[in-house]
Ligand binder design. Structure first.
Ligand code: FES
Length: 87
């Protein structure tokens, strides 16, 4: 199995964002961002597409505070049997 891509992003919110059924237009789908790069976080804005095209499995990508640019790339220590949360 191929190693996943990992990234470090700065998310500063300390509270949840609540959605109710009426927040979603009928017949539409609300996509929640799981990559951490959306500028409309936690709503997916499609930013994952650029990351998917440029990031490689087994690497850890560190993004700037705005989550718009990679500032560091290093091997993912958790991607090769290392600790998931290195200290
Ligand atoms: S999953 Fe993060 S922008 Fe789409």
């Amino acid at each position: 199995m191929e190693s996943p891509v990992a990234r470090l992003v700065r998310l500063t919110s300390l509270q949840p964002m609540k959605f109710q059924a009426q927040d979603i237009p009928e017949g539409k789908v609300l996509s929640i961002c799981t990559c951490g790069l959306s500028q409309k976080f936690p709503i997916c804005d499609g930013s994952h597409k650029a990351a998917r095209a440029s990031e490689q499995a087994g690497m850890l990508y560190v993004y700037n505070d705005a989550r718009t640019q990679v500032v560091e790339v290093r091997p993912d220590p958790a991607g090769e049997g290392g600790p998931a949360n290195p200290t």
